[in-house]
Design a binder for this molecule. Structure first.
Ligand code: NAP
Length: 303
């Protein structure tokens, strides 16, 4: 039996599923290895409510069919992952301000009038994860590595949570330049190849966030394939930096290992994943699940 199956059993042990059970789902492709069912079922269990959560593989181009099915089948909540986040944003009846800014939806809520409302909880999940570690973002200067979907949701949330300045460092400068338009008055784009600008930005930053996919492989594979293992040179990390890696597989990335070796605080990406799921449950149920239970279940499933 896999850890994921064990976590499911933990969440569902003693649970009776009946015609009254509410259900929610994640749609995506691929979705078979998603941690969301484990995290959400444990969250519902912590709330003591009669909900279950499943993963549904939905092919690209089938987002509208999935929303139609959501309505027809009476799903109470939907999580959305790649490749549907952008398509769903233009198919729901209305969107939150974050989803509107990002043109991306990771959560669908059924409003009391039956209309479908799209939200984006990734960025606020990151902020909640930092706060849980005692790190406030207001007034801080933040260096973000990467300019893809995750980085964009982080930029949007950091701006809403009153951070002072954001540097967006990316391999493709044009992607960074597009991303900073989300926070034009405080964000600046830097090419990863501009070592002088990157060094100065790191020196002026309180928090460094890796939102690239660099580091998203196992240690032995890193060595054997000789690929980039960390998105930033270790000597740019000071002991008073706070470094967060959005990559959570492996849970201790090379960046986090180097960060801790330098004596700085390193925060893994699983906290963000769990907090954004907790925010989804709050949207669907109005209740706050036990984030610590959800984190432990996700950790167990990853192991
Ligand atoms: P994405 O949209 O595909 O963006 C990928 C980013 O990584 C881009 O900025 C890309 O640069 C950069 N990149 C990729 N390979 C690189 C390399 N070899 N060297 C330098 N830069 C490289 O992906 P995403 O959705 O933003 O996700 C990014 C990471 O965050 C993934 O590892 C994902 O698993 C993780 N994530 C975690 C959470 C969480 O809850 N913890 C949530 C969302 C995402 P270019 O622009 O130059 O291509």
């Amino acid at each position: 039996m896999t850890s994921t199956q064990e976590s499911f059993e933990l969440a569902l042990s003693g649970k009776r599923i009946s015609s009254n059970t509410s259900f929610a789902a994640v749609i995506g492709d691929p979705v078979k290895h998603s941690l969301s069912p484990v995290i959400h079922n444990v969250g519902f269990h912590s709330l003591g409510i009669d909900w279950v959560y499943v993963a549904c593989e939905v092919k690209e181009g089938e987002a509208q069919s999935a929303l139609d099915a959501m309505k027809a089948l009476g799903l109470r909540g939907l999580s959305v992952t790649m490749p549907h986040k952008i398509a769903i944003a233009s198919l729901v009846d209305s969107v939150s301000s974050a989803a509107q800014a990002l043109h991306s939806v990771n959560t669908v809520e059924v409003a009391t009038d039956g209309s479908l409302v799209g939200h984006s909880t990734d960025g606020d999940g990151l902020v909640a994860s930092l706060v849980e570690q005692g790190v406030a973002v207001d007034g801080k200067t933040i260096l973000i590595l990467g300019a893809g979907g995750a980085a964009r949701s982080v930029i949007d949330a950091l701006q809403r949570h009153a951070c002072r300045q954001i540097f967006v460092v990316n391999r493709s400068l044009d992607h960074a330049q597009t991303a900073v338009t989300l926070a034009p008055s405080i964000a600046q784009a830097i090419s990863i190849a501009d070592i002088a600008a990157l060094t100065e930005a790191a020196a002026n930053s309180d928090i460094i966030i890796n939102a690239t996919s660099v580091g998203m492989i196992k240690g032995s594979e890193i060595v054997s394939k000789n690929v980039l293992v960390s998105p930033i040179a270790v000597d740019l990390i000071r002991p008073d930096h706070i470094v967060m890696d959005l990559v959570y597989h492996p849970i201790e990335t090379e960046l986090l290992r180097q960060t801790r070796h330098r004596g700085a605080l390193g925060i893994d990406g699983l906290g963000m994943l769990v907090h954004q799921a907790a925010l989804q449950q709050q949207i669907w149920t109005g209740l706050v699940p036990d984030v610590s239970d959800m984190y432990q279940a996700a950790l167990q499933a990853l192991a």
